[in-house]
Design a protein around this ligand. Structure first.
Ligand SMILES: CC(C)(COP(=O)(O)OP(=O)(O)OC[C@H]1O[C@@H](n2cnc3c(N)ncnc32)[C@H](O)[C@@H]1OP(=O)(O)O)[C@@H](O)C(=O)NCCC(=O)NCCS
Length: 197
């Protein structure tokens, strides 16, 4: 019987990648978060609506307050900061869905002014590393609206396999959404760990 080794995740911050620092969000980030999380275009294919200052503050005090993962059902949201300037340009999330199945999920959001440089891919690559190498997950997925082509390209660049195309499976923000399901297994991760994005 396969043995899963997840216990908990307590990263040392900031986490450094070639060009980024990943670290928990704080109340100092309210303006920077609002600058992109309030934009309708950014929210089009994500579950949240354009955020107000109050919503951002509430999230900082609740779901974004985790600095680690100790129990299934939790999510770890990290700010994506440019190492060169200290500017917060986005955030990325690692969900721990199931201890029994070793299941997790990733997501990412960037300020549009900072798209097109590979920052989301670089941050998401680090989330896969945290999920597989440090938490011990067995399988990490990304669920993406088919119309969200930049996001699907991120998943493909990471080396995630497209496993499913669920046609009109959710009524999402008033329209049928066709969902692409991407996944990577822990066994597949070593082949992608050192890939330069
Ligand atoms: C999804 C999202 C994060 C993708 O942003 P992105 O900037 O396209 O992704 P990256 O930051 O990884 O950048 C990749 C692009 O930069 C280019 N690039 C330029 N320099 C690069 C470098 N040094 N390294 C890697 N890629 C580089 C890549 O070629 C790629 O362009 P392409 O997709 O046209 O081929 C962004 O569109 C977004 O925030 N959308 C709104 C929120 C959202 O929908 N999130 C996903 C929910 S499922």
């Amino acid at each position: 019987m396969p043995k899963l080794s997840q216990s908990a995740l307590h990263p040392a911050y900031p986490i450094r990648t070639p060009r980024l620092l990943l670290r928990p969000l704080s109340t100092n980030d309210v303006d920077a978060l609002l600058a992109y999380r309030s934009l309708p275009d950014v929210c089009r294919y994500v579950p949240f609506e354009p955020m107000t200052r109050e919503v951002v503050k509430d999230r900082l005090a609740t779901v974004w307050a985790n600095h680690g993962l100790t129990h299934e059902g939790q999510a770890l949201t990290l700010g994506i900061e440019l190492a060169a300037t200290g500017q917060l340009v986005g955030d990325a999330v690692l969900f721990w869905h199931s201890r029994e199945h070793g299941g997790g999920e990733i997501g990412y959001v960037l300020h549009p002014d900072h798209a097109g440089h590979g920052y989301a891919t670089e941050a998401a690559h680090e989330l896969l590393r945290l999920g597989f190498d440090d938490l011990g997950l067995h399988r990490i997925v990304a669920r993406i609206d088919e119309r969200n082509e930049p996001s699907a390209r991120v998943a493909r660049r990471l080396g995630m396999r497209q496993e499913a195309r669920l046609v009109h499976n959710e009524l999402f923000k008033g329209e049928w959404s066709t969902e692409l399901d991407f996944a990577m297994l822990a066994d597949e991760w070593p082949a992608h760990r050192t890939v330069q994005n």
